[in-house]
Design a protein around this ligand. Structure first.
Ligand SMILES: NC(=O)c1ccc[n+]([C@@H]2O[C@H](COP(=O)([O-])OP(=O)(O)OC[C@H]3O[C@@H](n4cnc5c(N)ncnc54)[C@H](O)[C@@H]3O)[C@@H](O)[C@H]2O)c1
Ligand SMILES: [Zn+2]
Length: 357
């Protein structure tokens, strides 16, 4: 089992490995035993697959379970209110502890519920996706507004992140791809040698459990270091948006859910590498192709349609586009890019992709 301390204003530990959930009846017994209620907010798909296993670790605390719709649907104002209604109906109090059980979506929702119920109750993240190595650490919570994703939320750190790799066995391939995209993003912005190791992977399915846990630990340590330095996103935390300006534009243009977040981020990172004039673009495209990311989609997306969304990006100002680019591996910076430059880099990337797929 690996563990890592996140030293934010309120420090907490991330535990990663097979049977990490065993810690709930061990290291976290005190926290859970003193709670008047232990409430699991669970993604319904994850509950169907893995709830029994989690419940068997929590028997002595007689937990209550509230299931929310699987995936992004969980992050609605309606399900936020339903969670609060459930907590109130069950006479929960400030001494209640909430567990988030599922991917980033349920983690964001349950974190927001925990941060607002009675002005804040403790919560533990029990993430079940690879992508959640990113979302479960850092303390951003959110639900979606019809006018924008993640528009309502708080900064609220969990008491612990219990990251049990045995849950990954049931992840669909596209969710593995989605999560691995954020892993390689963390490598791009931090460490060349680690990036080489990741680029050498031609088939995620062939990764061993311990290899994957090690990559997740590295990813979490990059995220944790950045969050520790900039908990409330005034500076370096922006670097975590490497690849995200175009990714968010693609997701918004296509409609959320058409492709996974990480698949969009891979397209966005390819574009950011093109804009950075990086010599790693071809290796990255090969890696993306081998691992089944939908590179061909870039040939179909009209730049003019994506541009307005990129202009709306939180990093951009009125007229200029701002991107996180790479000086070299591990050296991200934010750069203003003129529209015509953005257009020609997009065309160039399309030519390169067309030649290789
Ligand atoms: N708070 C942050 O800092 C942060 C950072 C990145 C992303 N996010 C958020 O995270 C969300 C994406 O998270 P995600 O990619 O984990 O997606 P997700 O939570 O939507 O889960 C993806 C799908 O996988 C299913 N699933 C989850 N675990 C499973 C398992 N073990 N086996 C089988 N199926 C499983 C879910 O039911 C869902 O259908 C987005 O809402 C995004 O905004 C937040
Ligand atoms: Zn992301």
């Amino acid at each position: 089992m690996r563990e890592l301390l996140v030293e934010t204003g309120h420090p907490y530990t991330v535990h990663i490995g097979q049977h990490a959930i065993g810690l709930l009846s061990d290291r976290y017994r005190e926290l859970l035993a003193q709670a008047d209620r232990v409430v699991i907010i669970a993604d319904s798909r994850v509950a169907e697959l893995h709830l029994d296993k989690l419940l068997s670790e929590l028997e002595e605390y007689h937990p209550l379970v509230f299931q929310v719709p699987a995936g992004e649907q969980a992050k609605s104002a309606a399900s936020f209110m339903e969670c609060h209604s459930f907590l109130l109906a069950e006479n929960c109090s400030r001494n209640t502890v909430i567990l988030a059980f599922g991917g980033g979506a349920v983690g964001d929702l349950a974190g927001f519920v925990a941060s607002t119920f009675m002005r804040g109750v403790p919560f533990i993240q029990v993430p079940t996706t690879i992508l959640a190595h990113d979302s479960a650490v850092g303390g951003k919570t959110a639900i979606n507004h019809p006018l924008g994703k993640n528009m309502i939320g708080t900064f609220y750190q969990p008491q612990a992140v219990i990251y049990d790799s045995s849950f990954f066995d049931t992840l669909p391939d596209k969710e593995v791809r989605s999560g691995m995209a954020e892993v390689i993003k963390h490598a791009f912005i931090s460490n060349e040698q680690w990036l080489e190791e990741l680029l050498a992977i031609e088939d995620f399915g062939a990764m061993s459990e311990s290899e994957l846990s090690l990559h997740l630990e590295k990813g979490i340590s990059v995220k944790a270091a950045i969050v520790e330095e900039d908990e409330f996103e005034g500076g370096v935390r922006k670097f975590l948006n490497f690849g995200h300006t175009l990714a968010h534009a693609i997701e918004a243009f296509l409609g959320y859910g058409k492709l996974t977040h990480g698949e969009a981020v891979v397209l966005g990172m390819a574009y950011a590498l093109e804009l950075s004039d990086s010599n790693r673009l071809n290796d990255f495209l090969k890696w993306a192709k081998d691992n089944g990311y939908p590179l061909g989609l870039l040939l179909e997306l009209p730049f003019e349609a994506l541009l307005p969304y990129m202009k709306k990006d939180k990093k951009s100002t009125a007229a200029a586009l701002n991107f996180v680019l790479l000086g070299s591996i591990g050296r991200p910076y934010v750069e203003k890019v003129e529209e015509h430059q953005a257009q020609s880099a997009f065309n160039q990337l399309r030519i390169t992709i067309k030649e290789m797929i």
